[in-house]
Design a binder for this molecule. Structure first.
Ligand SMILES: Cc1cc2nc3c(=O)[nH]c(=O)nc-3n(C[C@H](O)[C@H](O)[C@H](O)COP(=O)(O)OP(=O)(O)OC[C@H]3O[C@@H](n4cnc5c(N)ncnc54)[C@H](O)[C@@H]3O)c2cc1C
Length: 397
């Protein structure tokens, strides 16, 4: 059954999935990575509960990839969220749909998937894993140079080198120069699913340190999401912010700042809030009353005091307005290294629809190193698996 050998560089989920599918189809695989272990970022992704994909319909799913919606619509059609769940079952890992529609492995962690995945890979005699092999150069005729002067001439090579955040996992984005030297278009990296900065008063920082505002809505421009915002000493982060992070980021890059509007009580209209504020008994402090009558948590009250005029709390009408529509100014992104994912990377313009480099046949690019972005919610990993599937199909056709 031994077919051609495929060289893969990058042993994150994208590279590992290519290896799995190629070995299954009888190909030999040499897999290289600069780290001492595989899937380091994948393991970190599992820390807070591995959200492997999402259960929503494919049409909506594809819209999550923004300007790349069309390309991903086709990619998802070929390897869908359901296909990804079936593959997890193949690895004896059951998945479930959470209340938000997100899909998780039953044990929530990435370790079980990775362990079973590696067991399968290692069961193939024609699989070789080369860890601690840092790629230093690539030539037009697909000669790869690794640290220590090792040169490998590949006939078919897949690059799965990841984005440029969480460098300690190996995804350092330093590969961009290697590709630019080959004349391949690489878009600059930008943080995605990241936190944002604004100055707070010392008083605020002393009161609020990584405190969540739960179940609020966040609006920027004409986009609105419901979720959680984490107040931090540097500014804000959390699911609700991540979901809008590309829009906030682009405003900041263009205008030096971005206004977001928070609705701290999305289930109440202005009138209800006003009525509840006015029901305060003279003996109650306003903060206590807001906590009891509106279930407004302490962090929300501290935030209101930080961002509004001193007399806000003396004017019920104005206070109600601020609770429904609190304006927050954000000025800068947190560093790229901290972002959950990055946009930028190898541009689709230099690739065929099979993700093969147009100018270098036999050279393919998959996963987060491609120039696409998506919010959290399982869209990142699904994007990695679907692009990897496309390349395996092209090679084995
Ligand atoms: C905190 C956190 C939580 C996350 N949670 C989720 C989640 O719940 N759901 C979700 O969908 N996504 C999540 N993600 C994102 C997801 O983990 C990534 O999108 C995914 O790991 C990208 O896979 P990849 O294989 O393309 O790249 P990576 O996983 O980044 O792997 C790239 C590999 O290439 C290797 N490499 C890089 N340069 C070289 C070189 N020069 N030589 C040799 N090897 C090299 C690296 O060592 C690395 O092993 C999360 C990310 C983070 C940081």
């Amino acid at each position: 059954m031994n077919k051609e050998k495929v060289t893969i560089v990058g042993a994150g989920p994208s590279g590992l999935f290519c290896a799995y599918q190629l070995l299954k189809r009888g190909y030999a695989v040499d897999l290289y990575d600069q780290m001492s272990g595989v899937g380091k970022k994948f393991l970190i992704a599992g820390d807070g509960g591995l959200n492997i994909t999402h259960s929503e319909d494919l049409k909506t799913f594809a819209t999550r990839y923004g300007k790349n919606e069309e390309a991903f619509s086709s990619l998802l059609n070929d390897f869908s969220p359901q296909d990804l769940r079936s593959w997890c079952e193949e690895l004896e890992v059951k998945t479930f749909v959470g209340t938000s529609g997100r899909v998780f492995p039953e044990k929530l962690k990435a370790a079980e998937i990775l362990l079973n995945w590696l067991k399968v890979l290692k069961s193939y005699q024609n699989f070789n894993l080369f860890l601690k092999h840092r790629l230093l150069n690539v030539s037009n005729d697909k000669e790869l140079t690794f640290e220590g002067e090792l040169k490998v001439k590949a006939s078919t090579v897949i690059f799965a080198l990841g984005g440029a955040s969480w460098g300690k996992t190996g995804s350092d984005g330093k590969w961009n120069e290697l590709f630019e030297n080959l004349g391949i278009e690489v878009e600059p990296f930008l943080p995605m699913n990241c936190g944002f900065e604004r100055p707070w008063s010392e008083h605020f920082i002393s009161k609020v340190d990584r405190t969540p505002l739960k179940n609020i809505t966040i609006k920027v421009g004409n986009q609105k999401v419901r979720g959680e915002v984490m107040l931090t000493p540097f500014g804000m982060e959390g699911g609700g912010i991540y979901a809008l992070s590309n829009i906030i980021r682009d405003y900041i890059l263009k205008e030096g700042k971005c206004f977001i509007n928070l609705d701290l009580k999305p289930d109440f209209d202005n009138e209800t809030i006003l009525k509840k504020i006015k029901a305060k008994k003279p003996k109650d402090s306003l903060s206590n009353h807001l906590r009891k009558a509106l279930k407004l948590d302490k962090a929300a009250i501290v935030l209101l005091r930080e961002l509004t005029n001193r007399d806000t709390f003396e004017k019920p009408e104005y206070l109600a307005e601020q609770i429904k529509n609190l304006k927050v100014e954000l000025f800068s992104m947190r560093p790229l290294s901290e972002a959950i994912s990055t946009s930028g990377g190898v541009s689709f313009t230099g690739l065929t629809s099979d993700l093969e480099v147009k100018s270098i046949p036999g050279m393919y690019v998959v996963g987060e190193m491609l120039d696409w972005e998506a919010p959290t919610g399982g869209y990142l990993l699904q994007g990695c698996f679907s692009t990897a599937w496309r390349v395996v199909e092209a090679i084995t056709k």
